[in-house]
Structures are given as structure tokens and as C-alpha cells.
Ligand binder design. Sequence first.
Ligand code: UGA
Length: 436
Amino acid sequence: MRLSVIGCGYLGAVHAAAMASIGHDVVGIDVDARKVDSLSRGIAPFFEPGLQDILTAGIESGRLRFSTDMADAEGAKVHFIGVGTPQQKDGYAADLTYVNAAVESLVPFLSRGDIVAGKSTVPVGTAADLAPGIEAKGATLVWNPEFLREGWAVQDTIDPDRLVVGVVPGADGDRAAQVLREVYHPAVAKGTPFLVTDRATAELVKVAANAFLATKISFINAMAEIAEVTGADVTQLADAIGHDARIGRRFLGAGIGFGGGCLPKDIRAFSARAEELGRGESVGFLREVDAINLRRRHRAVELVVEGLGGAVFNKRIAVLGAAFKPHSDDIRDSPALDVAVRLHGLGAQVIVTDPEAVENARRVHPQLTYTADRDEALRGADAVVVVTEWDEYRRQLDPAHAAGLATGRLVVDGRNCLDAEAWRAAGWTYAGMGRP
Ligand code: UGA
């Protein structure tokens, strides 16, 4: 099927390449000429496992190309909107500038019978606002939220755990849902749940899912706060409650909390939208979820300060991790980088390392010192802070080896990902989050 994907960021670039990999003829469109140039040359503009391979294969097959010219979307049967919806600069609401601009510039190239499938995460009601311009051209607007996780984006796109399509109920909506079944044919063939809803529900499914995940993380981090004043161990607590199938162990990882380009801004946008709808109190708990989350970054800094005897001024601190999570080079709202910046603000000599995110981090926070070499970061450090649970730190860093490089013996485990016993046995003072 001929498809266009408008927006070639973390979502759109993966979607375009993944759709080509399952046999579609895809054009990805973005206003950023540098990004389009990189993608056209088969070079992934960001780190995402597996993307490089499907990008190269797609371009070589002739089924995948990229363009800055919206006219190239003409003739596609389905147009996916995958542009960003960041937090507004001066408030909590989502900034819909890019979605509105994408739709406005796409409309002139739509033909009767085309389907526009919104994938961007938007406040409920956005589709209803966008629909008239699209429908005036005889095209159909559906909302098809994306649930991919960075680091697993290729797999999540090709083989998602569910597909959701929001349509206007009726014959046109049924037809559009059928076309999307054809688009996602390999997943549909293997029986992946395919839910057809109205558009408002589809928009809400996405923000509700992210709000739930954020709440789950903040719940366990709230338990970590209680554990800290009682001597309890939050990781054992998470294991114990996680065995209850109704609760489940996933996303009960206590630590410095959630970040990235989605969870933080999505819960804020949800609060803002609920306020607009006169139902602010219904999601009032999301403010608490946000507050708990931000407190945990502060707590990690506190552990370093306490561990170093009350001050970090002029202390050399190795910060292991900058990405908001492993298998990603994304530093948007990264708790890891925030901890590094806060320590730097307290006068510490911070040296940050990360297997993939150093260049992105340096661009945004040039005041910090960076190295791609883990051991160089550790050399001469008064304290070591692990803030992104890359295997390079979690599994591959031998505490005895680290002790041979660092000067001090304090390790703060901001992700509760290290083997505390092994570190202690190697002479380290280990401080976890919500652990004795
Ligand atoms: C999230 C959702 O998981 C996806 O389903 C969704 O599609 C995506 O947002 C989106 O809206 O586009 P992502 O931001 O890639 O995906 O990352 P997650 O794996 O959800 O992790 C988010 C943050 O939570 C990370 O900073 C991670 O370190 C943190 N986290 C996760 C914890 O602190 N504890 C946990 O137990 C799990």
C-alpha cells in the first residue's frame, strides 16, 4: 500500500521504516532538511536498536524514501501524522503547533477516499477539531495512537501488543478500520488485539496508558520514600507485591523516576486538558505523581551530598548515564542528566558518561564535562552515581575494577540496578533509592 508518514522523529522515522519493512511503499516527510538528508542516505539520525537495518533495507528495496516536500504525500492511501506534541513553553498543555501545521500543509494534497491516521499523542478532542478540513476533501480522519517504547521501537511497531483505531462510527469508519487492518497485516494475521473505538476514546487510550505507567512508577517511588524512613527495602517490597498478577512487577522499578519525551509531558497535558474540560479533579492525582517523580531526583543528589559528608563542592563525581533510559540516546527531560546538572550546580566537578547520549547531552548542557569512556569517568572520582541502567554499568562494571580507578568509595545507585552485596564486598559504601 502507498503510505506517507508526516514527521520523521523518534515516532515517524521508525514508523516509516517499519512500514516499508512489512512491504509497503512509504514516503516519510519532515520539514527538517538535515533529518531528511540523513534518512535519505540511510543514516538513522538517532540511536534506536534495529532502526539502522530496516532503514538501509527499505531504501535499498526502493520502497522507502524521505522528502521535505509535502507534495510527495500525494497519491498515498494512508497518511500517518507522527509529529511531536511537546509541552508548551509557558504552561502544562500540549503544544499542537506541529500537528496543526502538518495537517494544514497536507490537506491540499489529499484525494477523495484517502485516510489520515493521527499517531501523535494529543489532547482528547483534537481529532474533532482537525476533521473538518480533512473531510472537506473527501478524506477520512482516524486516530491510531502509538504505544512504542524507545529502545524497543522497531519491535513495538511491527509487533505491538495491541492496535487501536478511533473512527467515526458508520460505514466510512468501518472502511477506514479495514484499511488499517491491511496496513498492519502481519500483526493482525497473528491475532494481535485490534480495537476499533470512537476517536475520543482512541485519543484518551494513549494518555490514559501513559498516565497509568507514570502513576505505577510514582507509586513505587512513594513506597521508596516510606522505606527510607523505616529501614524497609523497596526492591523486596516491589518483588513481593509484583507477584500478585493483578499488580505485576513491571514498572515497579524504584529509582530517580521517569523522564523522556512522553511520560512527563503527557501527564501534564492530560491535567491541563482535564482542567479545560472542567474535570481537573479527576486527574488531580497526576500532580502528585509528577511531584513524587521530581522529588526522587533531588533524593539522589541528597544521597551523594550525605555520602560525601555534607558537601560536594569541588568533589569529582562520575555520573554513569545521561539518557532517560538505556538503549536510547534521548536526553529529553532525562532524570539522569538532571541529577548531573544539580550536582554541578552545587559546585561538584561532574564528569558524565553514557554509551550513546553524550553528544546530545553536551549540546543541551555544555557546562558539564563528558566522556564516552566509562573508565575515564571513574578515574579519580570521589563518588560514583549510576543514573541510567545500561548493561555497561549494571552487569559489565566490576566493582573491584571501579575501586581501582576511583579515589572515593561512595556509589549511589539511582536505578537500584547494581548488586549491592558485590559492591559492598569490594569495599564500597552503597546507597540505593529506598533501600537500607
Ligand atoms: C513510554 C511508554 O512506555 C510507551 O508505551 C509510549 O508509547 C511512549 O512513552 C510514548 O508515549 O511515546 P518511553 O518514554 O519510551 O515509553 O519509556 P518507558 O519505557 O515508558 O520509560 C519511561 C521512563 O520511566 C524512563 O525514564 C524509565 O527509566 C522510567 N521507569 C520505567 C522507571 O523509573 N521505573 C520503571 O519501573 C520503569
